[in-house]
Design a protein around this ligand. Structure first.
Ligand code: NAD
Length: 718
């Protein structure tokens, strides 16, 4: 053994080939963190000092090669000033170079995932052989950073700038076969034979049958593109990628700029450019926030795993109501492998529900994502019915009938009487208190909420609502079912609106107060879209449905009259009276007509001004900054209340709920992370500034004491 580290081991084999094995002894997977980094230098020294070596093979003893960086550890490093980040990253680059500069051939055997720094490690060698099933990629830009260990230097030199740009800016994981097509790997082989073939490949190199020396030079030289080709490649891709990513996500465009700037440089010069850009991105708020979102996602997975411990797979489900939501739930369940009964009270509704599923499947068929056979199988596993008799054997039943408390309270006990104890009944209500609905039932322990978002197939979040009497088993089965449906569940305690709608309506109320003050709805939309929301509040109301919104707002106002009851009739209520329901009937704040693809296209509609004027109470001048404050503060304060009242367990769950359920801008990482970035003391001042507009601007007691103690929701730079 030439070196026996905690994460890396080095030995010389009988053919005088050095074998470097990545294997964190006390861990289940290889990740790049302090352990690995500490061993790396010693590994390089051991390899360099071995005079007998004829070649070096890098491999892994774990199921995967190297997953990438231990992002929690990295987040700590990124909290330092930029120069310090550079000092941390650059020495690692030098180590990778020392391997690349060896005067013997080098090969990496990629047996599983090799992502981020893991894949950059593979790129230091002359060749890469990948096992079938392995996946590689550079996902850094998704976290607001970019490759920092030579990925943006070596990949374009190996595979061409076009491919490197696509790989780095998309952050996708690629199959070994895709990597082979662009020369990012040199062969794809049977996983069981990877080591054997690695040895054979190395022998060919040693025997001079492979030109490994020119491979090394190629990676160290400037790109082989002419000036014109460079201009075409980088200009076009920058325009395209900037359009896709938007101004709030600078990492993908920065990565292209780095490749462009360093195109005519040698490897070492190019690495310095990469390092500078990496450190700038890594110390930015955007990176900190996107990394937080990634960690939030991991956290939710852990919480769900705990919640479902011991719970069995759901083999059969049912949905009551074949409307917009019922149809969507049936499709999602069937297409992710859980057969589902869909019950309605009339045949026409069932046909509509089924047709909705067919439409979605047809789109997938057209895009060649599924075969006709698979489509048939999915449709066959949606079983439409008008009778409860068919419900035998279902483990979870989602109730998705009309949003009317009295009707639900009549239908739920009827359903309960037809199924045995232990069958979970989960209501998809958007606003009605679960414990209240449970009073109509004999077995409230089997009842909870399962709140999907519209459109079901696209929206990732499901709120699982624990009523006062809901059992842990019922929660576990519902979370299990949500996971099977490939959704992200968040378990919340019961209250009107639960988490997501409870914090959305104060935001809408902030909007309503701005309209009262005569602020143009189009300007508010623009300002909030610039803030990062996928759509402004007027457009969002149109998409949700003005009728649905007004109805839900009433429920929320009844539940929290002190801060959610509006003093005057709102513009939305005037629109509702005029039957302007939004996108669903073509007129709301805006008007809608199908575009060439049949999608509703929004346009400004002068006839809405009549209703805007009706709602206007006065004329107040507000700045764009004030618009953001007046919209966001009620949402932030309501999020804090949800946390303080234990509706949600942690700031991460609040923030992930908003990102996944409402499209809260991920680069801001959620309302509470955003609150941290403003600062709680400043929020207290802003609360005082706006409190005359209503109690929705009242800061919570919890926030006040946090401000007094200089606390934050998250540990971070702020
Ligand atoms: P919808 O009006 O489109 O569909 C309701 C369906 O329920 C209709 O097909 C109706 O025939 C059927 N129905 C009525 N009584 C029934 C009974 N006794 N048994 C079986 N079926 C019955 O409504 P929707 O938009 O799908 O909403 C359903 C539920 O989902 C509501 O509670 C709503 O608040 C909630 N929800 C809706 C949305 C949304 O954006 N539409 C989002 C989240 C949650």
């Amino acid at each position: 053994m030439l070196f026996d580290g905690k994460a890396i081991q080095v030995e010389l084999d009988k053919n005088n080939v050095v074998k470097v094995t990545f294997d964190i002894k006390e861990g289940s997977a290889n990740v790049i963190g302090a352990l690995m980094i500490n061993d790396f230098e010693k590994m390089v020294e051991a390899v360099e000092n071995c005079n007998e070596k004829k070649g070096v093979i890098f491999r892994s003893n774990k199921e995967h090669f190297i997953f990438g960086a231990d992002i929690t550890e990295f987040l700590g490093n990124f909290a330092h000033p930029k120069e310090q980040v550079k000092e941390w990253i650059f020495p690692i680059n030098k180590l990778l170079n020392r391997i690349e500069d060896l005067d013997v051939p080098t090969v990496t055997l990629i047996n599983g995932f090799a992502l981020g720094g893991g894949f950059e490690t593979c790129l230091m060698t002359d060749y890469r052989l990948a096992a079938k099933g392995a996946k590689v990629g550079l996902p850094e830009t998704k976290l607001g950073i970019m490759p920092g260990w030579g990925g943006s230097v070596r990949l374009p030199r190996l595979c061409g700038a076009d491919h490197a740009i696509e790989w780095i800016t998309s952050g996708k994981q690629w199959k070994a076969e895709d990597a082979f097509k662009i020369h990012a790997v040199d062969a794809v082989v049977d996983p069981a034979k990877l080591d054997e073939l690695g040895d054979a490949f190395m022998q060919r190199c040693i025997e001079g049958k492979m030109d490994w020396k020119s491979r090394k030079e190629e990676k160290k030289a400037p790109l082989t593109l002419s000036k014109v080709e460079q201009t075409m490649t980088f200009m076009t891709s920058k325009g395209f990628v900037a359009g896709m990513a938007g101004p709030n996500y600078p990492a993908p465009v920065t990565a292209i700029e780095v490749m462009e700037k360093s195109a005519n440089m040698t490897r070492d010069e190019a690495l310095a450019v990469e390092c500078e850009a990496f450190a700038t991105l890594a110390t930015s708020d955007v990176a900190e926030n996107l990394i937080q979102v990634f960690l939030g996602d991991q956290y939710l997975k852990k919480v769900s795993k705990k919640a479902t411990k011991g719970s069995e797979k759901i083999k059969k489900a049912a949905v009551l109501g074949a409307g917009i939501m019922g149809g969507g739930i049936a499709y999602q369940s069937a297409s992710t492998g859980t057969p589902i009964l869909m019950k309605d009270i009339n045949d026409d509704a069932l046909m509509l529900g089924l047709n909705e599923a067919k439409k979605l499947l047809n789109k997938q068929l057209e895009r060649k994502k599924i075969t006709a056979d698979q489509m048939g199988q999915v449709l066959n596993s949606i079983d439409p019915t008008l009778h409860y008799e068919d419900f035998a054997g279902t483990q979870v039943i989602v109730e998705a009938i009309v949003e009317n408390k009295d009707i639900k309270k009549k239908v739920l006990p009827e359903l309960e009487s037809k199924v045995p104890a232990g069958t979970v009944i989960a209501s998809n209500t958007s606003t009605i208190n679960i414990s209240d609905l449970a009073t109509s039932l004999k077995r409230p322990e089997d009842f909870c909420g399962m709140h999907f978002f519209n459109p079901v197939h696209r929206m990732p979040l499901v709120e699982v609502i624990r009523g006062e009497k809901t059992s842990d088993e019922a929660v576990a089965k519902t979370v299990q079912y949500a996971l099977q449906m490939k959704k992200t569940p968040i378990v919340v305690n019961d209250c009107p609106g639960f988490l997501v709608n409870r914090v959305l309506f104060p935001y809408f109320n902030g909007f309503a107060r701005l309209l009262e003050d005569g602020v143009d709805y189009k300007r508010i939309d623009k300002v909030m879209e610039k803030f990062g929301w996928p759509m402004g509040p007027a457009y969002l109301m149109d998409v949700v449905g003005i009728d649905t919104g007004v109805h839900a707002a009433q429920i929320m106002a009844d539940a929290f009259p002190d801060r959610m009851k509006m003093p005057n009739k709102t513009v939305a209520e005037y629109l509702f009276e005029a039957k302007r329901y939004g996108q669903k009937n073509g007129v709301g704040f805006y008007s809608y007509a199908p575009d060439r693809k049949g999608k509703p296209k929004k346009s400004v509609d002068a006839s809405v001004e009549e209703f805007i004027s009706k709602g206007k109470q006065r004329e107040v001048q507000v700045s764009d900054e004030e618009i953001v404050e007046r919209m966001m503060l009620p949402m932030i304060f309501e999020c804090a209340r949800c946390l303080e009242e234990n509706i949600v367990g942690t700031p991460q769950e609040v923030d992930m709920g908003l990102i996944l359920g409402l499209g809260f801008p991920p680069f801001r990482a959620g309302a509470l992370k955003y609150a941290d970035s403003i600062g709680l003391k400043k929020l207290e001042e802003l609360s005082a500034k706006y409190i005359e507009l209503g109690q929705m601007y009242a800061i919570t007691d919890g926030m006040k004491s946090m401000a007094a103690e200089s606390k934050t929701y998250y540990q971070g730079k702020k």
